[in-house]
Design a protein around this ligand. Structure first.
Ligand code: ZN
Length: 396
C-alpha cells in the first residue's frame, strides 16, 4: 500500500489533530519539550535576538510583572524543562489563575503557601482557572484547585474533552492498536515490550481528576479579567486547541507552550491519531502571532519572559523548514522512521525517548506526505517506509 498526499481530507482524517499528550513517563519526559531539543537537533537550533527583561523569581514566590499580573514559577520533575510558569491575574475580589502545574506533593505545598499569602488565607480566593491545554504540567492540579476553591475550569472544548477522555481511559494494559502502531513503524520487540510495560495510566497518575464540567472558551473570545480584556488566540499542533491569551492594554501574550523561547514546542504523532499532520496545524497557526505588536512581552509556560515575538516565530518556522529539508534529502532512499533519527538528532535515542523521537520524526514525515513530497509504503515485512516522491526543490 502506498500513501501519497496532497493534503487530502483522507490523509488528515480525524477531528482532534496531533500533539496529543504522549503515553510516555509523565514524570520524566516530555510534555512541552521537544526531544530534538533535549537530545540535540542534528543542526543546532537557530537563535535570534530576544530580550529577557524580567529576572526570574524564586520558585513558588509570585512576582508581579505588570499591574495585577503575577508570575509563579513551579518546579516540575520533567527533564529538560524543570519549571513551568503559571500566571495569577488579579480579578476584582479574587483571582483568575492560568494553568495549575503538575500534581505533585511539592506543588500542592506551594499552592498552600500561595493560599496563605496572595489569597489571604482564603479571604481573597481564586474564582476561575483557565487551562491553556490538557498536558499534565498545565492541567495536573486544575481539578484539585477547582474543587478546593469551588471555581469553574475554563478551557477550549478540544483541550478539556481530550484531557478528560485520556484521564478516564486509564488502564493497566496498553491498547493493542497502540502497540501495532509502533510495530508498523519498525520498533524492535524489546522497545515494544518496554512500551507495553509502561501501561496506560501515566496521564492519570500526574493529573488530579479533571472536573466533570467546564466553561468553554474559543478563538477570538474576549475575557474580562480585572477590568482588562484578554483575547483568546487558539494555537494548534502542540495540542489540539491550545488557548493563548493576549491583553492589548498591557501588551502581554500568555503563549502557553505554543511559542517558547530557546526550545521548540514538541510536535508529535501518536497512536491516538495515527494519520495526524500536527506540524501543518502548528505552522498554519503560528504566523498569526506576527499580527501582534512586535514589542509584545511574551509570557511562555517554560523559560523566561521575552520580547522578540516576530523573530521567535520566524526562527521556529525556519527550524522546522530545515528539518523538513533534512528529512526529504535522507528519504532519497526508502527509510523506516527509526532510520531517519540520525539525520534529525545529534545523539542516539534511548528507549525512554523512543516514542517522543518517533512522534516528532513522524510529524515531519506526515507534513511532507501532505505536501506530496514523500510517499509511505507498507513493506512485505509489515513496516512502513518513507521515500521521496517529488524533487527537493519543491518543499525546501
Ligand atoms: Zn504542552
Amino acid at each position: 500500500m502506498i500513501l501519497r498526499g496532497r493534503r487530502t481530507r483522507d490523509f488528515r482524517a480525524g477531528g482532534v489533530t496531533g500533539g496529543v499528550w504522549l503515553p510516555a513517563p509523565a514524570r520524566r519526559c516530555g510534555a512541552g519539550v521537544s526531544v530534538g531539543w533535549a537530545v540535540g537537533w542534528k543542526e543546532k537550533q537557530l537563535r535570534e535576538e530576544l530580550t529577557y527583561p524580567v529576572a526570574r523569581p524564586e520558585p513558588g514566590v509570585p512576582l508581579e510583572i505588570a499591574p495585577g499580573v503575577f508570575w509563579l514559577r513551579m518546579p516540575i520533575p520533567i527533564k529538560g524543562l524543570d519549571f513551568i510558569n503559571l500566571w495569577l491575574l488579579a480579578d476584582g475580589p479574587g483571582w483568575t489563575l492560568v494553568d495549575s502545574g503538575l500534581d505533585t506533593p511539592e506543588l500542592r505545598a506551594i499552592w498552600a503557601g500561595v493560599t496563605d499569602s496572595l489569597f489571604a488565607g482564603g479571604a481573597k480566593p481564586p474564582t476561575r482557572l483557565i487551562g491553556t491545554h490538557f498536558h499534565p504540567d498545565h492541567l495536573g492540579l486544575a481539578g484539585e484547585l477547582c474543587r478546593r476553591f469551588d471555581m469553574p475550569l475554563w478551557m477550549t472544548f478540544g483541550e478539556w474533552s481530550f484531557g478528560r477522555m485520556i484521564w478516564l481511559d486509564a488502564r493497566d494494559a496498553v491498547p493493542d492498536q497502540s502497540v501495532a502502531f509502533y510495530a508498523r513503524l519498525g520498533f524492535p520487540e524489546a522497545a515494544l515490550e518496554a512500551y507495553r510495560k509502561r501501561g496506560f495510566k501515566q496521564y492519570q497518575s500526574a493529573v488530579s481528576p479533571i472536573p466533570e464540567s467546564f466553561r468553554r472558551i474559543g478563538e477570538g473570545e474576549r475575557i474580562e479579567i480585572g477590568g482588562r480584556i484578554w483575547q483568546v488566540m487558539v494555537g494548534r499542533g502542540h495540542a489540539p486547541e491550545h488557548a493563548c491569551l493576549y491583553c492589548a492594554e498591557l501588551g502581554l501574550l500568555i503563549s502557553g507552550d505554543q511559542v517558547l523561547p530557546r526550545i521548540s514546542p514538541h510536535i508529535g504523532v501518536y497512536p491516538t491519531e495515527p494519520e495526524a499532520d500536527p506540524l501543518k496545524d502548528y505552522l498554519d497557526s503560528l504566523p498569526r502571532f506576527r499580527d501582534l505588536p512586535a514589542e509584545t512581552l511574551v509570557l511562555p509556560s517554560h523559560g523566561d519572559l521575552f520580547r522578540g515575538l516576530h523573530e521567535r516565530v520566524a526562527t521556529l518556522e525556519r527550524h522546522h523548514r530545515r528539518r523538513l529539508a533534512d528529512l526529504l534529502a535522507v528519504c532519497a532512499e526508502p527509510k523506516k522512521v527509526l532510520e531517519v533519527f540520525s539525520s534529525l538528532y545529534r545523539r542516539p535515542i534511548g528507549e525512554r525517548e523512543m516514542t517522543l523521537a518517533t512522534g516528532e520524526a513522524l510529524a515531519h514525515l506526515h507534513y511532507l506526505i501532505g505536501e506530496g513530497a514523500i510517499a509511505r509504503e507498507l513493506g512485505a515485512d509489515g513496516i512502513y517506509r518513507y521515500r521521496q516522491s517529488a524533487p527537493v526543490a519543491e518543499v525546501a
